[in-house]
Design a protein around this ligand. Structure first.
Ligand SMILES: Nc1ncnc2c1ncn2[C@@H]1O[C@H](COP(=O)(O)OP(=O)(O)O)[C@@H](O)[C@H]1O
Ligand SMILES: [Mg+2]
Length: 298
């Protein structure tokens, strides 16, 4: 499976960046597939807005079977999902349920065997690697379960590189990097080489990297999986701020406290959506707020 996103995107030719202005808080609206797109020409236009607003993500009948050494595992078995603009969705489910597979497909890091994916009304499941790389650089931030930093580069360079590739000036890239690392409690690690960081530190650097281009959509696979409670709070605070700016988050987590900060929890089981519910029946009859989470210890 490709693990290219952000800093390690394969598309970084010598030409000048074609999209010099960032931040770009919204995904590009391209309702008609471009001619060079490999998406089927019969692609319908956007399926339209969902009942709650405008669909940033729309998934229909998604199927993905992993094959290795003669055996086949159907990791996703017909997933339907709509995510509206500005929603904060937590994806939960037992190990092996298909959560990571789903996120990889949504980020264009893997291809489905069946089904369709629309991003901002644009059919994307058939896009080429190169187009996906551009889309990720500009509009979709991804945090992997395993951070996939460039291990030989410094923390600062890991975070700044996607910004520079997207056309930010060195100064803009540095400013954003300083801001993000500061919020994540990593200001003093900027000059450290990524390989020398702890797992939790690497995870936070990966989050900073995913957010440096201020994407409209963040896909994060267990971004607090190896964090202590203080670092988890830093990450939740940053995600909350990002969400409050109207951006969309789809976050895989095992942590009920993290899920409780989302507006909606989608549960996967055996490659299918087993439950999809708004978060409103938290203890004390209301959603857990960030303030509640900050109160939690341990
Ligand atoms: N590259 C792969 N090759 C073979 N099987 C895989 C691969 N990736 C995932 N799987 C299998 O697909 C199923 C779903 O995996 P995954 O999406 O990683 O689940 P989750 O993230 O919910 O733990 C599991 O049974 C897993 O073993
Ligand atoms: Mg996983």
């Amino acid at each position: 499976m490709s693990s290219t996103a952000g800093a390690s995107d394969p598309v970084r030719g010598p030409e000048r960046p074609r999209f010099p202005r960032i931040p770009r808080p919204r995904l590009p609206r391209a309702r008609t597939p471009r001619p060079e797109s490999s998406a089927p020409s019969a692609t319908p236009a956007t399926p339209g807005a969902g009942p709650h607003g405008e669909a940033v993500l729309r998934v229909r009948g998604l199927v993905r079977t992993h094959r290795s050494e003669g055996s086949a595992v159907r990791a996703l078995d017909g997933v339907d999902l709509d995510v509206d603009r500005g929603e904060f969705v937590a994806v939960m489910g037992p190990s092996g349920a298909g959560k990571s597979t789903l996120l990889h497909l949504l980020g264009g890091l893997d291809r489905p065997d069946g089904g369709q994916i629309w991003l901002e009304g644009r059919r994307v499941d058939g896009l080429s690697e190169a187009r996906w790389a551009l889309l990720r650089r500009r509009s979709v931030g991804i945090v992997f379960q395993f951070s996939n930093l460039v291990s030989t580069m410094t923390v600062a360079d890991n975070v700044e590189l996607p910004a520079l590739l997207a056309g930010a000036s060195a100064r803009q890239a540095r400013t954003r990097r300083e801001e993000l690392l500061g919020e994540l409690g990593l200001a003093d690690k900027a000059r450290a080489v990524a390989a020398g960081l702890s797992g939790g530190e690497q995870q936070r650097v990966a989050l900073a990297r995913a957010l440096v281009n201020e994407p409209g959509l963040l896909l994060a696979d267990e971004p607090t999986g190896s964090l202590d409670s203080r670092s988890t709070r830093d990450v939740l605070r940053l995600l909350t701020r990002f969400h409050e700016q109207g951006r969309t988050i789809v976050l895989v987590t095992h942590d009920a406290r993290v899920a409780a900060t989302a507006e909606r929890v989608v549960s996967l089981f055996d490659g299918r959506v087993a439950d999809d519910a708004a978060v409103e029946s938290a203890p004390r009859g209301r959603r857990t707020t960030l303030a509640d989470v900050l109160e939690l210890k341990g």
